[in-house]
Design a protein around this ligand. Structure first.
Ligand code: WTA
Length: 673
């Protein structure tokens, strides 16, 4: 890697940003990057020195085996050290750093008249009280707590309370269905579930407690249910807002299990000694879609995740004390875990915690919030940018966006048009756009520019972060040099990489390490250009990225196949102007069943119920038969082409019955179902 000299259109870092940046130019980046690879021990030791360790490490900063042919895969960071995540992200600032009165979060509700300011001291006190509530319920180190909450402060309190007492949190995005929640509770064997009575998402009221109850009921039907207590937060809005929707909301109650959050918290003490954990003890589980359909419990460990989220936050967003940072993700996804909860708090940062959606009550909501809190660093997803682009520049012009200094994006490749609009219309041409590539599994950014150091090419996540060594392989596992395209893999671990799939280490090894021994396989395709820039080309497995959310086609197919009329189903992705990709499904019906609108609606509802609204298919096509190879394997490539109306099918000789393709083309759906 050298300082890039190129003909491509580049965007260079603004000088005012470079003046006080942590990494002020490309040569500084290169020097630090080299150090992180050549001397990882010294590099990570310097970072660790900023944090509190109850006991120092006895082992090296990183130890690992990345090669399945040489034994079990493992990664260990700072073995022997004792610490506590919650102490590091809260007590350290309040007790040692004099940041007690600094704002940790500006909470902004779904409706603009709801907001709250939470200082570090207040946060610490709420977290300790919640930790004591959990302890009182018998939650101990290593126990799992499932959290099914909207974007309210109690979500952060509960996560940090778990971290404080050494319990492992498993946050389940509150848009998931009862079936998905049940599956995640059963896999984690959680003893407590924390939820809320309900929430407004835009104008829509969602009865979370009812969904949670259904999930627990399903757990009981399938197995014995591990949950012994369900803590219910009374949502602020529902407490005060009357009206038809709220009055209809009944909170089902079972006095044996259910506990109101407020009642439990009232007498709970504000002091709670942190549990001193081993560096490698688990911090949390977060489920992510797996290509077999069953979600994987991605497991992260305390020390490595602390070092990595904290460092990526500091450098990729060039964090300074007076910044106001806003990541618009939901904490139900990894982006929220790493860049709303842990990374910002580890740096003593001030963040916006936003409950609402970008278009409620008006399409300028994001810009209004940026003005209101003088947001300086703003982090969102391409799908949100594309959605807001549709409304043009007018909604932006009503607000003062001069506080913005850095813009970030994550979740999927950003198309050049969206990049330009983000840079010009939102960033007024003066804010670098950091395109951050990473995964639930990687814990934090692995490919990303540094805003004051890296010249940008729109659409490229540019270069590796410190400690990360990417390479590109062809399908034979051979490493490709220079300009190349193939599988994106990493040759060695960094502190924040996942440690295992919860209760299934074998699945961890098979999913990420088996295909190319010696490497962590991301599952993404990637191109390296002549200047060494990395460009993610999208998933190369049967995964789909809808609005930045990864899901597996197998999961959707399994849901469709549960309908009594469906004999077989296949789901593929089709490009979508706002969501990036959307679901196009083919269903073969059982004999004598009729394909009609009612069936279509039933199928969509089924997927929503089984997985959640984000997985609702946009298109459902009747398929008298599916294109299959002679050995009976569905040829998804062909289905993808039919979905896109791409007739350039190439070699069809492996198909058992090529006529199927013509029939499917003739019955293609153009308009969304
Ligand atoms: C995709 C989200 C291109 C990629 C943090 C990855 C991206 C998957 C980018 C992980 C990006 C994420 N450019 N593609 N900047 N960021 N992806 O686990 O396919 O929800 O493997 O983590 O999103 O999704 P996950």
């Amino acid at each position: 890697m050298v300082v890039p000299e190129t003909q491509d259109k580049m965007y260079y870092p603004p000088e005012d940003l470079q003046r006080d940046a942590h990494v002020p130019d490309f040569n500084s980046y290169l020097a630090l990057y080299r150090k992180s690879l050549d001397n990882p021990e010294a590099f990570w030791k310097d970072i660790a020195d900023e944090f509190f360790w109850k006991k120092p490490a006895t082992g090296p900063m990183l130890q690992y085996n990345f090669d399945v042919t040489k034994g079990s895969i493992y990664v260990k960071c700072m073995e022997g050290a004792k610490t506590n995540m919650c102490y590091n992200v809260l007590d350290r600032h309040v007790r040692e750093g004099n940041l007690g009165d600094k704002v940790a979060y500006y909470w902004e509700g779904n409706s603009p008249d709801r907001h709250e300011t939470i200082t570090y001291r207040q946060l610490l006190s709420q977290v300790c009280r919640c930790a004591n509530v959990l302890k009182q319920m018998g939650v101990k180190k290593g126990d799992r707590v499932s959290i099914y909450l909207p974007m309210i402060p109690e979500l952060v309190y509960t996560m940090l309370a778990c971290a404080r007492i050494g319990a492992i949190h498993s946050v389940v995005f509150a848009g998931f269905s009862s079936e998905s929640l049940c599956e995640r509770i059963m896999d984690a064997q959680s003893s407590v579930l924390v939820t809320a009575d309900g929430v407004f998402r835009g104008e829509k009221l969602i009865n979370l407690k009812q969904i949670a109850d259904e999930a627990l009921q399903k757990c009981r039907e399938k197995d014995s249910c591990s949950v012994t207590k369900c803590v219910v937060v009374k949502h602020h809005v529902l407490r005060t807002r009357s009206g038809a929707a709220c009055n209809k909301l009944q909170t089902p109650w079972d006095a044996e299990y259910d506990v109101w959050w407020d009642e439990a918290m009232t007498d709970s003490p504000e002091e709670c000694e942190p549990e001193w954990l081993d560096a490698e003890d688990p911090l949390f589980i977060l489920y992510t879609s797996g290509s077999t359909g069953k979600p994987k419990g991605v497991l992260h460990a305390v020390a490595g995740y602390l070092l990595y989220t904290s460092l990526t936050f500091k450098y990729v967003f060039d964090h300074h004390h007076d910044d106001v940072f806003w990541c618009t993700a939901d904490i139900g996804w990894i982006t929220g875990h790493s860049y709303i909860t842990y990374g910002p708090l580890a740096n003593g940062a001030t963040s916006v915690l936003f409950e609402g959606i970008p278009v409620h009550p008006h399409v300028g909501r994001f810009w209004e919030i940026i003005e209101k809190y003088r947001v300086s660093k703003f982090y969102t997803a391409p799908t949100a940018i594309r959605l807001l682009m549709k409304y043009g520049r007018e909604p932006l012009q009503k607000y003062d966006l001069s506080s913005l200094r850095i813009l970030g994006t994550v979740g999927e490749p950003i198309n050049p048009e969206a990049w330009q609009w983000y840079h010009e219309a939102v960033g007024q041409g003066r804010c670098p756009v950091v395109d951050t590539f990473w995964q639930t599994e990687t814990g934090g950014h692995v490919l990303a520019p540094l805003p004051a150091a890296t010249p940008l090419k729109p659409g490229s996540a540019t270069f590796p972060f410190f400690g990360v060594e990417p390479t590109i392989l062809n399908e034979h596992g051979e490493e490709l040099e220079g300009e190349a395209e193939g599988y994106l893999v990493f040759r060695r671990p960094w502190p924040g990489i996942m440690r295992s799939v919860y209760r299934n280490h074998e699945r961890f090894e098979n999913t990420y390490f088996k295909k190319f021994p010696g490497f962590y396989v991301t599952g993404d395709g990637c191109r390296r250009d002549k200047d060494g820039y990395y460009w993610i080309t999208g998933r190369i497995d049967d995964m789909l990225n809808v609005s930045g959310h990864l899901m597996s086609t197998a999961e959707v197919e399994a849901a469709l196949a549960q309908h009594p009329s469906v004999a077989e189903a296949a789901a593929v992705s089709r490009p979508h102007t706002v969501k990036g990709e959307c679901l196009y499904c083919f269903v073969t019906l059982k004999d004598s069943r009729e394909f009609n609108r009612t069936l279509e609606e039933e199928l969509k509802r089924l997927v929503r119920e089984k997985i959640g609204p984000i997985a609702t298919p946009d298109f459902i096509q009747n398929a008298p038969a599916l294109p299959k190879t002679r050995s009976g394997k569905i040829m998804r490539r062909i289905l993808r082409q039919i979905a896109r109306n791409d007739h350039d099918l190439g070699d069809l000789s492996t198909l058992a019955d090529p006529k199927v393709v013509e029939v499917l083309f003739s019955q293609r759906r153009e308009a969304a179902a």
